[in-house]
Design a protein around this ligand. Structure first.
Ligand SMILES: *Cc1c(COP(=O)(O)O)cnc(C)c1O
Length: 354
């Protein structure tokens, strides 16, 4: 191990069963600070609070980015697997650049993560569907007010053992087409994992929940005509047997699960298109029955089937109510199979942590 480590005086008791998401944290985290024009040497240290002064710049101007990925541990062999972790750090670099945060070399971040996971491997749950959720993030921490690129930052990685997303089989969600608010527009920060995107989207999500939906389906910010994505997922449609997902256009987050699904579909000779898709085309497909499946993709759920789509003129049931479609199931089984080592990994997506 290359990373310096400050040991905990006592270790917490590890849970025998994990059911929650994002509530439980391991003994250690990784922290690296930027000061005096450079990133210092990071260290693995006890999971504990940061000192943030009331004037800390992140609290006022929101210069902060994050990532989300998972590690899996095999019940029998104990083998620990990371899925496409380098791609998360590549994306973190691009998010940093968009917010004028000095970027972190992705190989350095990756090897620090491998060290941290190796220290905390016994925290990774092994029951079916469980994982260790990994949250890397960077935030500005200047101790003064004033809008400008900060001179002090912290990069941290925290780890949260997480329960199975689908403990009782697939649970399809209902989406509401969002006609009032926009998530992102071209030239903005929609294509980057920045914290402000989420703050700006919460009201729409809350209103959708009050109206009986789970999440919103965002349209483009300019014409309000083309489908973009869901709150924290990319979106796919199966129309006349072809899988269609909005092309990356500068305001859509380039999801790693999205990219993995496209590559898997191509490798299975299932027709897949990245292109503009209008909400009218989606609604026409829902009316005619040509639209047979909708699913979201993201690290948390991997695949999230959608069985109801609501718009101003009412709701449509997509596929069979309460069930996942064929393509959704196939992608879920294949992707989770590769992530957990149940299936071979022909793409080189998996890193085994020693
Ligand atoms: C993180 C995120 C996604 C999904 O990305 P993955 O890399 O697949 O987890 C999709 N949309 C938004 C807005 C996101 O923040």
């Amino acid at each position: 191990m290359n990373t310096e480590m400050i040991k905990c005086k006592t270790l917490k008791a590890k849970p025998t069963e994990v059911k929650s998401f994002g509530k439980l944290f391991t003994d250690y985290m990784y922290v690296r600070e930027y000061d005096g024009g450079k990133w210092g040497k990071g260290k693995i240290c006890p999971y504990d609070g940061f000192v943030l002064l009331p004037c800390s710049s992140v609290l006022h101007y929101g210069q902060a980015v994050f990532e989300g990925l998972k590690a899996y541990r095999d019940k029998e062999s104990g083998t620990v697997r990371l899925f496409r972790a380098r791609d998360n750090f590549k994306r973190m670099r691009s998010s940093c650049e968009r917010l004028c945060i000095p970027p972190i070399d992705e190989e350095e971040a990756f090897s620090a993560l491998v060290d941290l996971i190796s220290v905390e491997r016994d925290w990774i749950p092994t029951d079916a569907g469980t994982s260790l959720y990994i949250r890397p993030y960077v935030f500005a921490n200047d101790e003064s007010l004033g809008v400008h690129a900060a001179k002090n930052y912290k990069f941290a990685v925290i780890l949260s053992p997480s329960g199975a997303y689908y403990a009782h089989g697939f649970a399809p969600v209902a989406l509401k087409v969002e006609r009032e608010y926009v998530r992102a527009s071209k030239g903005g920060t929609g294509a980057y994992k920045v914290v402000g995107n989420y703050a700006a989207s919460i009201l729409a999500g809350e209103e959708a929940k009050s109206a009986g939906y789970d999440q919103v389906l965002w349209l483009d910010g300019t014409e309000r005509k083309y489908v973009e994505e869901v709150g924290s997922m990319n979106i796919f449609f199966v129309i006349d047997g072809t899988v269609v997902t909005p092309e990356l256009n500068g305001s859509i987050l380039p999801g790693i699960t999205r990219d993995s699904c496209i590559k898997l579909l191509k490798s299975m000779d299932i027709p897949v298109q990245e292109r503009r898709i209008s909400i009218d085309e989606v609604m026409d497909g829902a009316k005619s029955g040509a639209l047979t499946e909708i699913f979201g993709t993201g690290t948390a759920a991997v695949i999230s089937p959608v069985d109801r789509l609501g718009d101003v003129n009412g709701d449509y049931i997509i596929g069979k109510k309460g069930e996942a479609g064929k393509v959704s199931k196939l992608l879920f089984d294949t992707l989770t199979g590769i992530q957990t080592g149940r299936l071979e990994d022909p793409f080189g997506w998996v890193t085994i942590v020693k």
